[in-house]
Design a protein. Sequence first.
Length: 418
Amino acid sequence: MRTKHTFSTFFWLQTTRAINNEALLYIRITVDGKRVNLSLKKRVPVSLWDAKKKKAKGTSSQSKQINLYIEEVSTKLFQIYQDLKFKDELITAKLIKSIYTGDNQESKSLKNIFSYHSQKIANTLAVGSIRNFGITENYVFKFLEKKKSTTDIYLNQLNFEFLSHFELFLCDIWPVGHPKALSNNTRMKHIQRLRKVVTLAYHLEWIDRDPFVRWKMTYDKTNREFLSEVELKNLEDKVFISKRLDRVRDLFVFSCYTGISYVDIMNLKPNNLVISIDGGNWIMTKRQKTDTIVKVPLLGQALDIVNKYKDHPSTAVNGSLLPVLTNEKLNVFLKEVANFVGIQKNLTFHMARHTFATTITLSNGVPIETVSKLLGHTKISTTQIYARVLENKISTDMNALKDVLLNKKRESKNKKSS
């Protein structure tokens, strides 16, 4: 970056547009030979202006006020120039002008856009999503403080190098209470959130270029665990002496056959159970995460669980459709359930949603468009994460293909013999 700059200012009156012998006062800001003009919105009597000295002439009180104003403007502009120089930033006449007028886009900072983004999502995103953006914002400003020795930077300073250094910084983050540092996919999620915030600034025209234009997200492929048909059947058939574990199992199985997430199940009320046009029982609710409407026809297994807890003390107290448990306790109790049933996988409640998508629907031939609708996804690409072909499905499809080929072979022999 250039370390030496030339800076100058030049005042003049726009006498060609004078009204009642008064003309607007202008200033020209020049940096490194490039200049911009700025109207100071102040009218000066043409008769008082000294074109050579670039100030008002005489010692009248009006002349003194004009010259004091010119001196104040000059001092303020020079101070802006000095501040930019001290910060070792790219200095332009246009930037100095925009900072002076206070309506500049080039001087918008990361704090400005994060503040604007926070207001924008306050009433549109779920609490969890807002919290995640807050965590990302916290990491960004910790990075600035520890690696850049500053509390904020201008948006026009964001570039590929900044993003690369931020990613390296995230590699060393070890969240309190976590058994390990941030995984690659978690780091990518934070950068993805930063990208959304910066893209908003780009669309608002607070920056002229997108610093992410050459950035490539690199996610590690992960296997989303789910229960197989056999594991799910064993879980359903298990008889629990403990009422606590019995309820936990029921909630999990209900999610396996509906695809409804934990938070949305906890929000279900009896009025969410409706009779559809075809006479069947449906759950109609809204996903808390995306605020999208979800309509799920109840399969027999799910309906049995609903009927089991109809007028049950555990639901009557809360006025809920199913028993209410905290997510933390539910996931802790699921470890006990897995142990009793003999399931070796790390059983979490969200695995039920994966089981619905994979074992219950996709592997049984339900079109992915329908599954996406049932899960309440806003994009089908989200559902495609679950679209893995299971071994038993491959076997079934190949056996069907064998039968088709065998029939064709027989038909061909029959035609030849006849």
